[in-house]
Design a protein around this ligand. Structure first.
Ligand code: C2E
Ligand code: CA
Ligand code: CA
Length: 511
């Protein structure tokens, strides 16, 4: 059946589309969250670097102050300045040792008093700062030396690496924080490394001090962005999942709708797949062709020719039956209209109409257009209304039928004998023909009761002066019986099956 085959065939692609529509918000949302997390980490790294930089500058201010106070003493004997050197160590919280230099020689130290060691200004970054990995007193312990010189004299004050690595650890916490001085750098574990500062994998921020020759780098370890998202965003992820499910559901429903029978039929209507077939109707006495009933077929691109009882109910349900019938009437006009001058007149043209087509006056216009395509007076247009679906009499329908009759359009009750139309009903709508349902015709010579009903219908129509058409005539015996009972028109396989327009037109020329 054409209306269900299509969705089934595309099941896999439907699943894929559903999955994709579910994944889309999750993927997009995750990407946005990832960017957001990266930004947050970037900000956090920058802040941490700023704080560390500020702290180091404060410490160095302290150390530099000691050097400034001691510099004027350079050149004096160690004995004379020894106390002053120690006093600075005691007074200043971050200063670990103080030393005086004369002519590039360290000659007095707060720790040892008299001392002798060459000082190389080249060891100091910008001549000012040297990050050392310990000295002879405390090897392998970081030490930051501040150098201040003026002429031949100089002062060296040292800052304990312990304070520095403490800052790296405490301010850093989740952040990787490094202090760089020249070609050496200090990590949070207190180790001094030589060489280039390593690149921090995530959200690296590097700040140079504007006062001293050092810089600070902050950043995060590999994979920190995902870890951060996993820690901070679970509620947002739940929301994304929710959106994903909703979106998948919407995608699923929309696809179902897009392959629903009415959608598929609308597509077919636009593609002109509903075409007319013509079944000859013959005169009861002469058996000459008197016209045809137009029967709809769906010329489905994959399913082939589809019988009307498989799709007409869907068409009626969706309301598409009206435009479908209209399209059928237009095609009939185009196909048969040009031949109408050659018709043995009047040509009986039966069109099946549903009740929904009778709810406004548009049907009058449809019939007018159809008639306009034929030579005037060449056809008897007969609208067939099935007895199973009777029309409620209203002002509109009364008007409709009056206008149809004015146009010369006739009304037939189709499938007569299977529904409940009353005599009053037949009169009210000015019915012109009764079409005896094929089930009664099939019972001729088989079932006495059915034949009795058939006889009654024929009698009734004669009394009401209604034309009568018997359909479903398949055997000569049935034809003979109906002719003997003066049935005006016969229709059935005995005379011709419903056929495509080209076949019908060529057969028509032989009759
Ligand atoms: P219907 O209006 O009663 O049409 C007569 C049906 O009987 C047609 O079936 C026809 O092919 C079939 N038939 C004709 N002669 C014989 C025969 O000797 N023996 C047998 N067994 N059957 C015969 P079809 O074409 O399949 O149409 C079925 C029904 O679909 C029609 O019944 C009609 O109710 C509906 N239909 C067809 N075309 C249209 C249309 O354009 N609009 C509407 N609303 N309904 C249509
Ligand atoms: Ca019919
Ligand atoms: Ca019928």
């Amino acid at each position: 059946m054409p209306l269900t085959v299509r969705p089934r065939r595309k099941r896999s692609s439907r699943i894929i589309v559903t999955l994709l529509s579910g994944l889309l918000p999750v993927v997009l949302g995750s990407a946005i969250l990832y960017i957001q997390a990266e930004r947050t980490l970037q900000q956090s790294a920058l802040q941490t670097a700023e704080q560390a930089l500020h702290q180091f500058e404060l410490m160095l201010d302290n150390t530099a102050q000691a050097a400034r106070e001691l510099l004027p003493l350079a050149g004096k004997t160690c004995e004379a300045v020894k106390l002053a050197l120690r006093e600075q160590v005691t007074r200043r919280p971050f200063v670990r040792s103080t030393n005086l230099v004369w002519d590039d020689n360290l000659y007095c130290s707060s720790l040892f008093g008299d001392f002798k060691e060459a000082v190389n200004a080249g060891d100091y970054t910008q001549g000012k700062l040297w990050l050392m990995n310990g000295n002879p007193v405390t090897p392998n312990t970081a030490l930051l030396v501040y150098r201040l010189s003026d002429g031949r004299g100089g002062a060296l004050t040292t800052l304990d690496g312990y304070h520095l690595s403490n800052i790296l650890r405490l301010i850093g916490r989740d952040t990787l924080l490094l202090l760089q001085v020249g070609n050496n750098w200090l990590s949070a574990d207190g180790t001094v490394h030589q060489g280039r500062l390593p690149t921090l994998p995530v959200a690296q921020s590097k700040l140079d001090s504007s006062h001293y020759a050092f810089s600070v780098a902050a950043g995060f370890a590999q994979g920190e962005t995902w870890r951060y998202m996993a820690d901070e965003y679970p509620p947002l992820f739940s929301l994304l999942m929710f959106f994903g499910v909703v979106s998948a559901a919407i995608g699923h429903v929309l696809q179902k709708r897009s392959t629903s029978p009415s959608h598929e039929m609308l597509r077919a209507l636009e593609a002109g797949e509903f075409i007319p077939y013509f079944q000859p109707v013959v005169h009861g006495d002469s058996k000459r062709w008197s016209g045809a009933e137009v029967l709809m077929r769906w010329n489905h691109p994959k399913e082939g020719l589809v019988r009307p009882d498989l799709f007409i109910p869907f068409a009626e349900h969706s309301g598409l039956i009206v435009p479908m019938t209209r399209a059928l009437m237009q095609q009939t006009a185009t196909l048969l209209g040009p031949l109408s001058a050659t018709f043995v007149t009047p040509f009986h043209l039966g069109i099946n109409i549903t009740a929904s087509h009778c709810q406004d006056l548009a049907l009058v216009d449809d019939c007018r257009k159809l008639l306009a395509a034929f030579t005037p007076g060449s056809i008897n247009l007969v609208l067939e209304l099935t007895e199973r679906q009777l029309i409620e009499p209203t002002d509109i329908t009364r008007q409709l039928f009056a206008q149809l009759h004015e146009l010369g359009v006739m009304i037939a009750i189709d499938d007569f004998g299977t529904g409940h139309s009353s005599l009053g009903y037949l009169r009210k709508f000015n019915v012109d023909f009764l079409k005896i349902d094929q089930s009664f015709v099939a019972m001729i010579g088989v079932d006495a009761l059915s034949r009795h009903i058939l006889d009654t219908i024929i009698e009734l129509s004669a009394k009401l002066d209604l034309g009568i058409v018997a359909e479903g005539v398949e055997t000569q015996a049935q034809a003979d019986y109906l002719t003997a009972h003066n049935v005006n028109f016969l229709q059935g396989y005995l005379f011709g099956k419903p056929m495509a327009a080209a076949d019908f037109i060529s057969a028509l020329s032989h009759h």
